[in-house]
Design a protein around this ligand. Structure first.
Ligand SMILES: [Zn+2]
Length: 135
């Protein structure tokens, strides 16, 4: 029995070796799939049920695709973009009363400016592009 477990564990380990694994985006995808599954279960037969069924399958497929993907570099980049956006939203929410956030129109970098200064010229810290905004 113990040998069997060790064998299974080793098989799983070698299967997941070189694969992306369970990252934040995969987690989000699986959670969205579960939510779609629940909504699908409570819906009466019809187009809405079909839509949520398709959504559930799509999220599930995407989640598995991420977990099993061998293109780790690309998956890590995608996951970084997602966690970065989450962090940015959190910061924006926490500082919404004292600061305004703008994206540089040229390089898309997020820029933070204090609120209540009227019309100002913002200079991007990354590419030095200048643009006017109301704060
Ligand atoms: Zn810029």
């Amino acid at each position: 029995m113990r040998n069997f477990l060790v064998k299974i564990t080793n098989k799983l380990r070698s299967f997941f070796y070189g694969r992306n694994g369970f990252d934040d985006l995969a987690k989000l995808s699986i959670i969205l799939s579960l939510i779609s599954f629940l909504i699908c279960g409570f819906c009466p037969k019809g187009i809405v049920k079909t839509i949520f069924y398709v959504l559930m399958m799509a999220f599930l497929a995407y989640g598995y695709f991420r977990i099993l993907s061998k293109n780790i570099y690309k998956r890590v980049q995608e996951n970084k973009r997602y966690t970065g956006a989450l962090k940015m939203n959190k910061t924006r929410w926490e500082q919404r009363k004292t600061h305004k956030f703008y994206r540089c129109p040229k390089c898309k970098t997020w820029l933070r400016v204090p609120r209540g200064r009227g019309k100002i010229t913002i200079t991007c810290v990354k590419c030095a592009h200048k643009f006017d905004k109301k704060t």
